[in-house]
Design a protein around this ligand. Structure first.
Ligand SMILES: *[C@@H]1O[C@H](CO)[C@@H](O)[C@H](O)[C@H]1NC(C)=O
Ligand SMILES: [Mg+2]
Length: 251
């Protein structure tokens, strides 16, 4: 073949190859962005974004600070936080440092869908959603939690069927029992540590997850070893023993 023709053929092949590569790349980029859903960030409220306490009175300061509130951002009313019994009482709520900025950052992201999933009762939780700027965002309350033995847990499928791009930000490992690979565990906010920076860490983690087609391998956690879980186990044992006793009494 004459050198000139060979050169032309090579140039033509290169051009064809470039076009094929270009089209393939464009298609790949196009399909990944179109197939990848927004990252659904599901927020817990109590002890994750805020802490509510029954008492603001410093005369109670002989109790650990989380039972009286050194810093109060707003007041709300509720029926008690753990057991839904009794009268409505005033609650003194302290926002986690950075909570408002964290929420506005989440809301500003085009690639994030935001939801709230709380074991708190709806009337109480709605007051806090308003203060956090989360009103109008999809929210599941206590009724949508799943009883799972004594502690209640959360089922993310109530928010989205496909869990590849869903992350639950929660301070309680129990909330992850049904979908352990979708949980981002945060340490408790009990209203006391003024230099808490946990939400900055969560933001950094979420930024990493945003780039992943499936967030679950990255979130796969080691089994919970928080001291709180030992307490819950004791409560489970007490509840089971109480149940057995009640059954034996009724026979
Ligand atoms: C308070 O928060 C900071 C930052 O997250 C952390 O380094 C520190 O250990 C916390 N202090 C206590 C007493 O938990
Ligand atoms: Mg919580």
């Amino acid at each position: 073949m004459a050198p000139a023709r060979r050169k032309m053929r090579n140039t033509a092949s290169c051009a064809v190859l470039a076009v094929i590569l270009g089209v393939t790349c464009r298609q790949t980029t196009f399909t990944t962005t179109s197939q990848r859903s927004k990252l659904l960030v599901v927020l817990d409220l109590d002890e994750t974004l805020l802490h509510a306490s029954l008492c603001k009175d410093e005369s109670m300061s002989w109790l650990p600070p989380r039972f009286w509130q050194p810093k109060i951002d707003f007041e709300a009313t509720g029926k008690g936080l753990v057991v839904d019994l009794g009268e409505e009482v005033p609650l003194f709520v302290s926002l986690r440092p950075g909570a408002l900025n964290f929420v506005s950052w989440l809301k500003s992201r085009e690639d994030i869908d935001l939801a709230v999933y709380t074991a708190g009762t709806e009337p109480y939780a709605k007051q806090t959603l308003k203060k956090l700027g989360l009103e109008g965002c999809p929210a599941l309350f206590r009724e949508e939690c799943v009883p799972f033995g004594l502690p209640i847990t959360k089922d993310l499928r109530k928010l989205r069927e496909d869990l590849t791009r869903v992350v639950l930000v929660d301070n309680s490992a129990k909330s992850f029992w049904l979908q352990p690979e979708n949980g981002l565990l945060v340490c408790d906010w009990d209203g006391t540590n003024a230099s808490d920076q946990e939400l900055d860490r969560v933001k950094d983690n979420l930024l990493q997850l945003l780039d992943m087609d499936d967030v679950r391998p990255a979130l796969r956690r080691k089994p919970p070893d928080a001291p709180g879980d030992a307490v819950d186990l004791r409560l489970v044992i007490i509840a089971v023993a109480l149940g057995c006793w009640l059954v034996s009494q009724s026979q």
